[in-house]
Structures are given as C-alpha cells and as structure tokens.
Write a protein that binds this ligand. Structure first.
Ligand SMILES: [Zn+2]
Length: 89
C-alpha cells in the first residue's frame, strides 16, 4: 500500500506506522509541526466508518455474528481506512 502523505511544512514523508498512531491532530516527527486533519477528510472517514456499521447492525440477525463483524470493521477502519483517508494540513 502506498502511504505517500507528506508534511506540508518540511515535506517529510510519513510512514504508515506514523499515520497509524494519529487521529485528528498529528505531530510531524521531523519538524514537530502540528497538523490538523482536514474537515473534509474527517467527514469522509466518518461516512466510510458509519455507513457499513449501520448496515451491519441492521442486516445480521445473530448477535454473536453481529459483534464479531462489527469488531472486525472497527479494526479495519482504524488500521487501514483512517491512515488512507485522513489528510493533514
Ligand atoms: Zn514536518
């Protein structure tokens, strides 16, 4: 996977591991500048996160299956989708 996100202050290219530990605000490891996730990227992430969540909760009847699928989705969202979707400025 390509995580070619760069610091807008010093052009430092963030690694996947760096992005993984960030949420709405991240600190550049190179120049220590604080970067805010853009509002649009936060909205996109929320939609990607919530819509399947609602579909899962509505669609699966058995409770155990629902919990397992929901947990898997939460993990995928934060490990894969969040670092991909959030953009910093
Ligand atoms: Zn920087």
């Amino acid at each position: 996977m390509a995580f070619n996100k760069k610091c807008c202050h010093c052009n430092y290219a963030f690694s996947y591991k760096t992005l993984l530990n960030q949420t709405a605000i991240m600190k550049c490891p190179a120049c220590k500048a604080e970067l805010q996730a853009t509002l649009l990227s936060k909205i996109i992430f929320s939609l990607i996160f919530i819509i399947p969540f609602v579909l899962i909760l509505m669609g699966i009847e058995r409770d155990l299956g629902k919990i397992v699928v929901t947990l898997i989705w939460v993990i995928i969202s934060f490990l894969v989708i969040q670092p991909l979707v959030l953009k910093y400025e």
